[in-house]
Design a protein around this ligand. Structure first.
Ligand SMILES: [Zn+2]
Length: 125
């Protein structure tokens, strides 16, 4: 139910922006979802549509973009993507590994991929 609370937060924020601008409607909402948030895009879309139902945001186009994780290694200075490890081969379940792909150190800092951000909101005024 993580997706529901995130969707509610997005809906609240875009509706606040729309009302501050005196908009009549919301035509498009673009959201960036970091892979490390482990949010399901389909569920997020479902809940966001549900949260916007009956508001000026109903029927707006929802665009979700997945953001690949980027880490910075404190040991060797590597900065870039991370590798994914298969945790359950039977289920083909892949999880990002927070380990430096170059030196294997776990002393890494997450640069991006942990956030869910509203990138853009298009309003009809
Ligand atoms: Zn490293």
């Amino acid at each position: 139910m993580h997706e529901l609370s995130v969707a509610q937060e997005i809906a609240r924020t875009v509706l606040r922006i729309a009302s501050e601008k005196g908009a009549k409607g919301i035509t498009r909402i673009e959201v960036e979802v970091g892979k490390l948030t482990f949010l399901g895009i389909d569920q997020l879309r479902f809940w966001l549509e549900a949260c916007l139902e009956g508001t000026i945001g109903a029927g707006s186009k929802l665009v979700f973009r997945e953001i690949d994780p980027v880490v910075r290694c404190r040991t060797c200075g590597y900065e870039g993507g991370i590798k994914e490890v298969e945790v359950d081969p039977a289920l083909h379940l892949m999880l990002p590994s927070l380990e430096c792909p170059t030196c294997g150190s776990t002393d890494v800092e997450i640069v991006s991929g942990r956030d869910c951000l509203i990138r853009r909101v298009e309003l009809s005024i």
